[in-house]
Design a protein around this ligand. Structure first.
Ligand code: SF4
Length: 295
């Protein structure tokens, strides 16, 4: 049986008989095919995405640039295309590619909710590990814990992204991602399973999660979780990001709107900010005894 003959969501829904898409939890899911899955990447040697679109719907997500190449009527966060032949395509690619490090995933969360049904990221991870590739995973989804059985004892670094320690604020910026406490649980269980762990603090949100107080909280969480590697990231003025960021700011932090606009679009202000933030991050890492784990 070809690998892509996994159970389709469409068999079980009325809309599958009527059209090519189905709406699940407010997002439109489509089954598509791809020609290539594993791509060369600037983050590690390769990256792959079994899904186009990401229902986590983070307000600052730069992957929304994908809509330029794969236009959708729905806004970012409200659609996901499932590459149902992902494992077949990967199997063909693995016959000719040299093993290396694979960033998992670069333009979606590989463990967003549809992965619970399709298990495509899981199967691709298994195939990559069997072929001698190293996995560098970054996710905001607790679902990744489902796959600890295939990661245990293998060449895997399991990381989570945390933007803020505040659950309410996280819910506003990352509406459908797992709770911050669940992401910390991922770190804890991955560590207990003997995996190398990592955390990405970012994008650090100016005046919301980039203050010395919040940075101290974040690094304290990293210390408690015994994280092996820590990265940070700034909010970037990438294409299509500003409209959603400014909308959220206008609703919840109207006084910060001008501040963000300056930091994102005024080159001098931005350069100064990036430099100051870097120093603040280093001070927080030093205080938490984690300076050497900062990547
Ligand atoms: S989890 Fe990552 S890819 Fe998904 S919406 Fe959030 S930032 Fe974008």
């Amino acid at each position: 049986m070809p690998r892509h003959q996994q159970p389709s969501l469409f068999k079980h829904t009325k809309s599958s008989q009527q059209g090519k898409s189905v709406s699940i939890q407010g997002a439109v899911v489509r089954e598509v095919t791809c020609k290539s899955l594993l791509n060369h990447s600037s983050i590690g040697d390769y990256s792959f995405n079994c899904y186009t679109g990401c229902t986590n719907g983070c307000v600052y997500c730069y992957a929304r640039f994908m809509q330029r190449f794969h236009p959708h009527d729905e806004p970012w966060g409200r659609f996901v295309d499932v590459k149902v032949n992902a494992t077949d395509v990967l199997a063909k690619q693995l016959r000719r590619l040299t093993p290396g490090s694979v960033f998992t995933c670069s333009a979606c969360d590989g463990w967003q909710s549809v992965e619970g049904h399709y298990k495509l990221t899981r199967r691709c991870c298994q195939m990559l590990l069997d072929a001698g590739f190293h996995l560098n995973i970054l996710t905001k989804s607790e679902l990744v814990l489902r796959d600890l059985d295939i990661f245990r004892g293998r060449d895997v670094r399991l990381g989570v992204t945390i933007t803020t320690p505040n659950e309410d604020i996280a819910r506003l910026w990352e509406p459908k991602a797992s709770a911050v406490s669940s992401r910390l649980k991922v770190l804890k269980e991955a560590k207990a399973a003997g995996l190398e762990t990592a955390v990405m603090f970012g994008p650090l949100l100016p005046e919301i999660s980039d203050t010395p107080e919040v940075l101290a909280q974040l690094f304290s969480l990293a210390a408690k979780a015994g994280v092996d590697r820590i990265w940070t990231d700034t909010l970037n003025p990438r294409p299509r990001v500003w409209p959603s960021v400014q909308e959220l700011l206008r609703q919840h932090w109207p006084k910060l709107y001008e501040h963000y606009r300056r930091l994102l679009f005024n080159r001098t202000c931005r350069a100064k900010y990036v430099d100051e933030l870097d120093q603040r991050v280093r001070r927080a890492a030093c205080k938490a005894g984690l300076a050497r784990r900062l990547g």
